[in-house]
Design a protein around this ligand. Sequence first.
Ligand code: INI
Length: 169
Amino acid sequence: MPAVPAIEGGLSAVGRRFAIVVSRFNAFITERLFQSAYDGLLRSGAKKKDIALVRVPGAFEIPLAARTLAETGKYDAIICLGCLIRGDTAHYDVIVNEVTRGIGQSAQETGVPHAFGVLTCETLEQAIDRAGLKMGNKGFDAALAASRTLLQCNGPVNCFQPQLSQGFY
Ligand code: INI
């Protein structure tokens, strides 16, 4: 099989600064996402002093916090962690798209990479499976995605150069 040159990131977070936004709602799940994300950053070479933790009440509050942090210019990437679980009412439905859109919009408009580690589940069991059980831990995945993205981007400004846009992962 011929070698195909690729633009792709590594896994090193050495010398990089991160902000992790964690929602308290469904804390049983989100604390596990956070612990794994933190572990992933440290094991990728980030220093504890370079990782800021911001807690917000629920997933709905994540986009504003993420954007505020991104706009400070202090962080190479923002990692957003939350857990939305569908209930008996339409609350989940009105929140889920707003959270997703808000985080994406913050990334696009600030130019700072954001990792999306917000679980969107039908059941608690699905959430548990994604917070350290059958499906791994999406917090860890988000941390690695952030490391790869910013390494690939070589800084937020270069992140959106078209020639790099297919190489994030
Ligand atoms: N917040 C969550 O993070 N997850 C949920 O599953 C959830 N549900 O289903 O209600 C939830 N609601 C709270 C919301 O994020 C806000 O914190 C609240 O509406 C106050 O603004």
